[in-house]
Design a protein around this ligand. Sequence first.
Ligand code: TEU
Length: 534
Amino acid sequence: HTDTPWWRGAAIYQVYPRSFADGNGDGVGDLAGIRAHLTYLRDLGIDAIWFNPWYASPMADAGYDVSDYREIAPVFGTLAEAELLIAEARELGIRVIVDIVPNHISDEHAWFQAALAAGPGSAERDLFWFRPGKGENGELPPTEWPNEFLAGGSWTRVPDGEWYLHLFDAKQPDLNWENPAVQAEFEDVLRFWFDRGAAGIRIDSAALLAKHPDLPEVHEVEAHPFRDRDEVHEIYRAWRRVAEEYGGDRALIGEVWMPDAQRFANYLRPDELHTAFNLSFLACAWDEAKLREVIVETLETHAPVGAPATWVLANHDITRQVTRYGREDTAFSFAAKRNNIPVDLELGTRRSRAAILLTLGLPGAAYLYQGEELGLWEVEDIPDDMKTDPMWIRSGKKDPGRDGCRVPLPWSGDEAPFGFSPDGATERPWLPQPAAWKAYTAEVQVGDPHSMLTLYRSALRLRRTEAGFGDGPLTWIDSAPGVLAFRREGDLACVVNLSDVPVELPAHHTLLLASGPLQDGLLPTDTAVWLRLS
Ligand code: TEU
């Protein structure tokens, strides 16, 4: 596959800078910490890193509230360090993807501050969605649009009486994408990062940018007033032209939450995004029929537009899979997110091991989230006063929030901070790590043939050496009920048993990798294998 663009079959690892590794001992991860662990990522066998936002930000939403897209937050480092990091990663054969947040900016960004000062009717305000309120004195918000954080309204009033739209937190005012200055600014930001060696751009909340100019209520119109509107595709056509200025190997990767697979695929037409996260796969229950349906639908809708499928089990917004799969209801939904539902971590771990062979065995690109390779679980007992997530704060502490999947990584040693911060650090990690993670450090796992880390390393190594994995066709193999079995080129096969009973493997095969031990030659429940058929 040497002539295939890298992003079609890549294994991409998501680094959450705040929680990866702390180089300067302030308890917060940073670029120095990441640079010190680049060889870990090379040895893991990944092709690219996606960095969550590392830009200047008041950090009201962990950096998704950007105050300067061309500067690095001082808590993470400097722009010069970021450039060094991109170059050092490239030396190790690892590409870098940066995260661009185009739906909204920080209320502390110079643009918003200028809009506040300039007042109603100004050109500065037209970069955002400022409107008079409803009611006799404008005391009611212009619409009742639901907030993406599932709590609180989507408008905030400023002292002169106008309201501004924010689909997320009040500190994240939405930009007006009908304004050409907004379009020009972001095309320039893309070039800024492409010029600094970024191989790809992850586009935050990519389906939300375009809004109905008349601001109708959701129930008043057929096409949703702010989600997946037709106009949004024009934006990505323009971005695609920017990417093409750099030749064919810079990728645009959309965060597109879109249950409708057909509409999802619209973002992947040849003149739009190169690829987008398959979040339906991530949200899917650990269930053979449901997973098969998502896989089939994904492949069927991606093929006509020529885009590679992607597979994701985890990210910084979602309950970690070891926890999800260890519960009775294994599907993920923001609306139903609750803490303290009983979890069987052993079961969740066994299923997560099988799930990663499925994920990495499917055709297309795979996205991994830091810590899943260590088998980390959702930390559900973070003290209230340490939680930072606006989902938690805005819900009045009803929603558990997303801090639990963002706990700093355990690298080494017997007690916190487990090598996350250097010896002699002045501060504790920004979120507390469970004491039990002493058995889950990278140091412990690297030498253990049965560890999660060893499974990931083995799978990622095979995925690189066996040309049949990554981009390419898939053929289903007839299998027992509750079993997912498919063939890839090069006589490779992946078999996952989601039934309650052990099943037979196809006759005539060599075992390449197993997620757990076989029983008398049979594949046990919640276990997966990679085979070479003969
Ligand atoms: O998330 C966008 C998004 O739609 C969800 O992941 C979000 O958490 C959910 O809608 C809540 O209902 C992206 C980022 O991944 C997330 O971390 C940010 O908080 C969000 O955008 C705002 O920038």
